[in-house]
Design a binder for this molecule. Sequence first.
Ligand code: ADP
Ligand code: MG
Length: 636
Amino acid sequence: MTENATSNRETLGFQTEVKQLLQLMIHSLYSNREIFLRELISNASDACDKLRFEALHNSSLFENDSELAIHIGYDKEARTLTIRDNGIGMSRDDVINNLGTIAKSGTREFFNQLTGDQQKDANLIGQFGVGFYSAFIVADKVSVLTRRAGEQSDQGVLWESDGGGEFVIEMVDQPVRGTTITLHLREGQEDLLDGDRLRGIIRKYSDHIVQPILMKKEEWKDNELQVLEEEETVNQAFALWARPKSEITEEEYKGFYKHVGHDFEDPLAWTHSRVEGRQEYTQLLYIPARAPFDLWERNSTHGIKLYVRRVFIMDDATQLMPYYLRFVRGVVDSNDLPLNVSREILQESKDIEAIRSGCTKKVLALLEDMASKEPEKYTKFWETFGLVLKEGVGEDFSNKEKIAGLMRMASTYTNSPEQNVSLADYIGRMKEGQDKIYYITADSFNAAKNSPHLEVFRKKDIEVLLLSDRVDEWVVSNLFKFDGKPLVSVAKGGLDLGKLENEEEKKEQEKEADALKELTDRIQSSLGERVKEVRVTHRLTDSPACLVVDAHDINANLARMLKASGQKAPVSQPILEINSKHPIVLRLKSEENKFDDWVSVLFDQALLAEGGQLDDPASFVKRINQLMLEMSSDEA
Ligand code: ADP
Ligand code: MG
């Protein structure tokens, strides 16, 4: 920080990230340069919103001027553009913090996401809260003259920079409140010094801005363009959501989304409605087509914009959307909430609860509609947000069944990792006599698909859902039934196929179990504490053995997940089930000397087959090698 001794003029250095960003703006984003105007207008609009909100508590902030507006002007001779607003303005500290550093956490992520494709990269700017710096795409000098609302006129601040490493800041006299930004255009940007060109850009990007965006009228007279003193409104300047649906075009809906969602792609879908009754409010909610960069960050910004009778109250009102719908963007405009509503009030308000529940229902209904009418679009949605939506099964008790109905999963029916089977599809394909929905959880699709637990289901051609997302454990521990049919893990408890097995089969199985009683007892005493029980199963056709857990114990996949995340998982002893028809098991009956080794190997490979980790892999390998050697010497 170097201080100029002669006046209150100070030269300060930009934060390193800002310097990097400026370099990027200047050198890499010029092909999409028009967006600078969108960003500066968006900031001016935010500043007006903030003032209107603060003035709710303190109307003197308006300083007798409550007509908030944004003015755009150009000066051909001076080669400048100006963007002026009478919003909240900035104090000296505000200026230093806001225009010299990047406060938001996403900056690093911003750099990571850069693709080199100028179109795409330029569009990331708004999303990451670095819009102001885009001014340097077209300007080689930017000055900001500002005064915060409510301050004396000597509290004006002038900020200037050429986009190098530094900026200059100076206290000046500024009678009017708000912010004026002057851009000194670079060589080659002269096309922007044109009223029609500017109006075109404003209509393209900023039509939905609620405040009027004003420009001086222009008129041709004697073959010369006259700029009049009188101003006209260039944008629509009306809250889109407050207009009747029938009057809003698809393009307007999409344009508004890009503004509220800080996105550059069209949304996937939206729902717009006015709710009347005990609570009166309007909601315009969008499902984005792509995931925001911070979807998986704990402190991600989410939620929607809250307005009260057209007055902006706050961004990211998390209370208006459940966490599992954190990808939804849009606005809610309430007619009943008090204007001085704060985040604290929101947290406790019953009215907010009612609005939240209404918004949730709307979004779920929108998704249901999409799933039934536009399955391809829904597939895209599911790929993007399915993991998040699934959290809702555990989070939102009252909508559990609905959310479960929206889930898409892999299954043995399609046998592909693509998640495109719904519970309704599954039920539609259930076999005669089947009354349960069978699933398996594993840590990958392949582990699920090839699990020995599926063998009997394959043989009997019974579909099993293959769940391999981490969140699936959470889903099945909260979803016990769907459409009245219980969900049953194929790796838990005794295998009960109910009416899918006939009496004869059952009798035969009992007989086999009796016949092998001696063997199972021997195995059990050999394994000791490692198992809870050893029993004969008819789950298996190809594998010699598998592990299952008791119906009330936590399954192995979940236990591994808990362990991996550093949590204590209750140790549950597995049950070893053996396939009475398998040659290895039959061979065991007559084994004497090496019985313990054989049993150990049998247990360990069952553990491996379901994705478990061996306690002592070296011993396992040693035993296998020994057995292999013996077999080859037997053959010789
Ligand atoms: P973002 O708008 O996402 O916060 P920007 O880089 O566009 O990021 O702006 C940085 C900050 O500078 C804003 O958050 C705001 O505090 C301040 N700012 C920019 N323009 C104005 C303005 N016209 N009036 C008041 N504050 C402004
Ligand atoms: Mg901005």
